[in-house]
Design a protein around this ligand. Structure first.
Ligand SMILES: NC(=O)c1ccc[n+]([C@@H]2O[C@H](COP(=O)([O-])OP(=O)(O)OC[C@H]3O[C@@H](n4cnc5c(N)ncnc54)[C@H](OP(=O)(O)O)[C@@H]3O)[C@@H](O)[C@H]2O)c1
Length: 389
């Protein structure tokens, strides 16, 4: 069997490291053409060596010399800069694993799709900002879009496309994060350290804060709509604190098919890497008798207004999605720097959306340039709002 050619974006992050682990344990299957990170030279050098990549790219060139030094004698070549990232993504390979964080992942993902490479997508922001453009490109280039996000990967595993007419609804689960039962007062006083304590998953800072505000689940509702042929009214979010059931599909005969697994991203990533085959993963096996109980509850849109905002964003389309994500990126970053409080995060996003709408800046983007324009305007407006807090 010839080895599958892979590009790994975000190789130093949480998704990236889980992917590195799987690839290094299945090295006979994969030939890593390139690994990419932002500026973490040490982490990238380590990842490149572990997967025996041919090439390593840093988006930010500041630490490029360090990367070159760290990889001296390894035979792994290096390059730097945004254009180098895009050039690598434009090289056709079998699969690009997209584990970059933020809207910065959109153009590399589109370059990969344009090159005819299949995409294993963790970077949900691309779908939130520009779902229609991404999906159109996927269709045009006839590539596979495999969902890495655990909820979407779960739904993907139990979604019978041949019976799509018989699907009543899709349910994605949310852990509820560290403030599942916290009062508004408690949330108002929450520090970055409090919000970064996710009860079940170990993830990058941005998605961990987004889990605490449930913005992450709002993004995932939008992601679900792009990945599966559904109407908004067919998507439900349910809080499931154990994070064992990740996604479910309800059929017209009353069957509810669920995918379950440990809270270990290597499981959905392996599903994408191996698809349509299964890989062996040394993840923990579920012991249901020990687990005892699986519980489910409705999300509280009162304490988590992201769960209310998302439906309006969906109504307005991808322009609103791009602003929703960009304002959140700014607000999360300000919260992590202790510039604003925890409850301010979603308020900043809501306020920025309102101002964008009032200025007619939320129209459906028909090109990447338009998405980037909306993204830039939303960042500017969010930053102004943050400076007044
Ligand atoms: N972590 C999870 O369990 C999980 C689950 C589902 C979905 N996701 C999604 O997966 C994506 C990654 O999340 P994560 O938790 O792995 O994030 P993370 O730990 O913060 O890692 C982010 C990665 O992206 C790289 N990066 C950031 N900006 C970049 C740029 N402009 N150009 C090139 N590389 C860049 C970072 O490089 P440096 O290290 O050099 O900064 C790092 O490798 C997000 O979209 C997230 O929503 C994550």
């Amino acid at each position: 069997m010839s080895r599958q050619k892979i590009i790994l974006l975000g190789a130093t992050g949480s998704i990236g490291l889980s992917t590195v682990d799987l690839i290094s344990k299945n090295s006979e299957r994969y030939d890593v053409v390139c690994v990419v990170a932002n500026r973490n030279a040490e982490g990238l050098a380590k990842a490149a060596r572990r997967v025996q990549a041919r090439h390593a790219v840093l988006n930010d060139e500041t630490e490029l010399d360090t990367l070159a030094d760290l990889l001296k004698g390894s035979g792994i070549t290096v390059s730097g800069g945004r254009q180098a990232v895009l050039d690598q993504c434009a090289e056709p390979v079998d699969l690009v694993v997209s584990g970059m964080v933020g809207a910065a992942g959109l153009e590399p993902n589109l370059a990969a799709i344009g090159a005819g490479s299949d995409l294993a997508l963790a970077n949900k922001e691309s779908l939130v900002c520009a779902g229609k453009l991404v999906l159109d490109a996927v269709k045009r280039n006839n590539v596979r879009l495999l969902p890495v996000d655990s909820e979407h990967n779960a739904v993907f595993q139990v979604f019978e496309r041949s019976n799509a007419d018989h699907i009543e609804k899709v349910i994605i689960t949310a852990s509820g994060g560290p403030f599942r039962h916290a009062s508004k007062e408690r949330m108002r006083a929450a520090t970055p350290a409090d919000a970064l304590k996710h009860p079940n998953w170990e993830m990058g800072a941005r998605i961990t804060i987004d889990s605490a505000t449930m913005m992450n689940k709002a993004f995932e509702v939008i992601e679900t709509l792009h990945l599966f042929p559904l109407k908004p009214s067919q998507i439900e979010v349910v809080v499931h604190p154990q994070s064992i059931v990740h996604g479910m599909v309800q059929y017209s005969d009353g069957s509810l098919l669920a995918q379950m697994g440990p809270a270990d991203m290597r499981v959905p990533i392996a599903h994408c890497l191996g698809h349509p085959e299964r890989l062996s993963v040394d993840a923990q096996r579920l012991d249901l008798a020990t687990l005892g109980q699986l519980t489910f509850e409705a999300p509280d849109a009162q304490r988590f207004p992201s769960m209310r905002l998302v439906w309006d964003v969906i109504d307005k389309g991808d322009g609103a999605g791009a602003a929703f994500n960009a304002a959140d990126e700014m607000a999360v970053s300000a919260f992590l720097k202790e510039r604003i409080g925890f409850l301010d995060i979603v308020s900043v996003v809501e306020d920025a959306l309102g101002q964008m709408e009032a200025r007619n800046l939320l129209s459906q983007p028909s090109s990447i340039a338009e998405v980037l324009h909306i993204d830039g305007e939303a960042r500017r407006i969010a930053s102004d709002i943050i400076s007044t807090i």
